[in-house]
Write a protein that binds this ligand. Structure first.
Ligand code: MRU
Length: 366
């Protein structure tokens, strides 16, 4: 499949992200999605032009776009592109075509529940749009996908405000991976907390774990905070303990890929270690995530499927192999932080304790 890239979004497209860049956007005519190729950052800003559900699935699988809410939105746009291709089929065939597209998109990455959540919402919309005539069906599904994107940006802004209230007026926040505008529809979850605090006049510095092996912290968190003029310092993952021991960190804020009913949090590999370190150093460890990241059907973290990614992502840096042939390599892409290590979860409806009763009540009232 040949991939077309462009250096910027089309001028007539007003990004829903609210920034001058966006992880993913749908063109005004609903025919093409633009996916920022995060593998190239920070060296290059380039968007892949994606025209089909299958091409979107490949972009998610290859981590052109990544981050739990962002892959949910990308998948929703993928289903919308599928609806355009299937618009002239009969009602049953239309739904069947979108179910096949949804299955392909859902299978790309197993841990982030936002992906399955967004795809399910699009399938519901497809079923209710089946009796519409061709172009109206496609337009309906594109509208639902855009609404899902807008909702995510609103949620990020609200959870940002909830989290910002918890940050001291002057503080250093340590974060892991990238839970920013690039990982969401815009604004970010953990980095949304930082942005909201800065906007409220607080003096916030960020320490970003580089986040081996994919380097989301070094490449992406540092890039987007620097774009906003927010003070950011990158450390290697092994330096977090030292920085905490030296009093260089006040608060930890991270995002999440799936939160179980009991408050256990799956997030980028290494997050659990950071939470343990925060406990030892008596620092608050906060999680920022929208309700679309909660999975109340999963009782606790032991039931969360952890994505295993290719050994080469760890063993090869650039073009150079850094692990000898013959050595085994393990690459779980996520880990689970037990609820007891989480001080609070910031959501779009406010702060929630990482505890089953509180989560169930807040979920029902959301
Ligand atoms: O493998 P990735 O880059 O998709 O993992 C992303 C993370 O773990 C993020 O911390 C998480 O999705 C939260 S994003 C708001």
């Amino acid at each position: 499949m040949s991939v077309v890239t462009v250096a910027r979004l089309p001028p007539e497209l007003a990004p829903l992200s609210g920034a001058h860049y966006s992880a993913v956007e749908l063109d005004a005519d609903d025919r093409r999605a633009f996916v920022l190729d995060q593998r190239l950052l920070p060296a290059e800003v380039a968007y892949q032009v994606v025209e089909s559900a299958s091409a979107m699935a490949e972009a998610i699988r290859a981590m052109v776009v990544r981050g739990a809410p962002a892959i949910g939105i990308a998948a929703a746009y993928g289903v919308a592109l599928g609806a355009r291709a299937a618009a002239d089929l009969g009602p049953e065939a239309f739904v069947a075509a979108l179910e096949a597209a949804a299955a392909e998109l859902r299978a790309t990455r197993p841990t982030a529940v936002n992906l399955a959540w967004a795809v399910e919402r699009m399938l519901h919309a497809a079923r209710t749009a089946r009796e519409l005539v061709g172009p109206e069906r496609a337009a309906r599904l594109a509208a639902v996908a855009r609404e899902l994107h807008r909702e995510d940006v609103r949620a990020c802004r609200r959870m940002g405000a909830a989290g910002a209230a918890r940050l001291p007026d002057a503080c250093t926040v340590l974060t892991h991976c990238n839970a920013g505008a690039l990982a969401t529809g815009g604004f970010g979850t953990a980095l949304g907390v930082v942005r909201a605090a800065v906007a409220a006049g607080k003096r916030v510095r960020v320490i970003a774990d580089e986040t081996r092996p994919y380097l989301q912290g070094a490449r992406l968190t540092a890039w987007e905070l620097a774009e906003d003029g927010i003070d950011v310092t990158v450390i290697s993952d092994g330096m977090a303990a030292h920085c905490m021991a030296r009093g260089l960190v006040d608060v930890v804020v991270v995002g999440a890929d799936r939160i179980a009913a009991n408050g256990d949090v799956a997030n980028k590999i290494g997050t659990y270690g950071v939470a343990c370190l925060a406990r030892v150093h008596e620092l608050p460890f906060y999680v920022a995530a929208p309700w679309s990241t909660f999975d109340l059907a999963t009782p606790d973290g032991s039931a969360i499927v952890i994505e295993e990614r290719s050994a080469d992502e760890l063993a090869v840096v650039g073009t150079r192999r850094i692990v000898p042939e013959g050595a085994h390599v393990l690459h779980p892409a996520f880990d689970v932080t037990p609820a007891r290590l989480v001080a609070a979860i910031f959501t779009e409806t406010g702060e929630v304790a990482a505890e089953p009763g509180a989560i169930a009540r807040a979920y029902a009232a959301r």
